[in-house]
Design a protein. Structure first.
Length: 329
């Protein structure tokens, strides 16, 4: 009985160890297989992820750069929009101003213009008498007194005069010189006081037939700057050439007046061209108005009317005559 039990116990112990060994071997084999299969597969996964991260980072940097560029462009567009809005506001103000000016011009109706032209061409009985004595055919300048010994022309040299009536200016200058066959001196200035002949600045040009011809020939190419206001020219003429022993007539040629105040110009000339004790002025002031703005398309009737009003008043107060022409030819 005892021997049989020992044999059974020994067989049992050997079988258990075999099982344990086999199990342990199987575990080791599984670990070897798992390491061989799983290990190499992890590398590509990590590499792919790093590549994806790098790609995403690049995309992020690119988007940030585009955002900066777009923000800069947006600011530029906003600045341009603000500038255009300001320009639009200025243009709207200018348009409103032009509409107001157009409305004011429209108020000058045909009857008022006809009355103005009639008033500008009126001649006194004394002027008619002088015209008959001188036997001058040109009725537009025939009413001008001819008792002066010196003549000064103050001429508006603006674009409207040069472009439309310069040949008429030349002809009227010849007509006036013909009224005065012989004087002691002549001078030609722009409405800004610029001399036609700088070598004769502040002194008289001798009156000879040859010198008159030189003046007429020089006129077509003479076009100094003009502000369409005779104030500066009258100021220079009176201050430079008046003397107690000289009888001087100033002839103002122009088509419009763009100054700010007619009354201020009249007062300025009154202060310059003071009266003698006899009531006469230092010099006579005549004027010839050229109807450029009345007859040319787009003409400024307001400034043309202001010139007529100004020169009528100046010629009346300074012993002269204002003649308004009716044609450009």
């Amino acid at each position: 009985m005892k021997r049989r039990r020992r044999s059974e116990i020994s067989e049992f112990n050997i079988s258990f160890l075999d099982v344990i060994s086999c199990g342990f071997g199987a575990v080791v084999l599984l670990l070897i297989i798992a390491k061989t299969a799983v290990g190499p597969a992890l590398e590509p996964v990590d590499t792919d992820r790093r590549a994806q991260v790098a790609e995403l980072e690049d995309a992020l940097h690119e988007l940030r750069g585009e955002t900066v560029t777009l923000n800069r462009h947006l600011r530029t567009v906003q600045e341009q929009l603000s500038s255009e809005q300001q320009r639009l506001a200025r243009l709207q103000d200018e348009l409103a101003s032009l509409r107001r000016q157009h409305a004011a011009t429209a108020q000058v109706d045909d009857s008022e213009k006809a009355e103005l032209e009639q008033a500008l061409q009126s001649l006194t009985d004394e002027m008619q008498r002088l015209l008959a004595q001188r036997r001058v055919d040109n009725q537009l300048i025939g009413g001008i007194p001819v008792d002066s010994e010196y003549i000064i022309f103050v001429i508006d040299t603006s674009g409207s005069m040069n472009n439309y009536v310069w040949s008429r200016v030349r002809r009227e200058m010849i007509n006036i010189l013909d009224i005065y066959p012989q004087v002691k001196g002549v001078q030609i200035m722009s409405d800004m006081g610029t001399y036609m002949f700088p070598s004769y600045a502040n002194r008289w040009i001798p009156d000879t037939p040859a010198r008159r011809q030189v003046i007429i020939d020089r006129l077509p190419g003479w076009s100094p700057f003009s502000n369409s206001s005779p104030v500066e020219g009258l100021n220079a003429a009176i201050r430079s050439f008046y003397a107690p022993d000289r009888k001087i007539s100033i002839f103002v040629f122009g088509d419009d007046f763009t100054g700010s105040s007619i009354a201020r110009v009249v007062q300025t000339v009154d202060n310059l061209n003071q009266q003698h004790t006899t009531g006469e002025r230092l010099v006579r002031i005549h004027a010839v108005g050229f109807p450029v703005h009345f007859l040319v398309s787009g003409g400024n009737l307001v400034t043309a009317g202001r010139f007529a009003a100004l020169m009528r008043e100046l010629s009346y107060r300074n012993g002269g005559t204002f003649v308004g022409l009716t044609t450009l030819n």
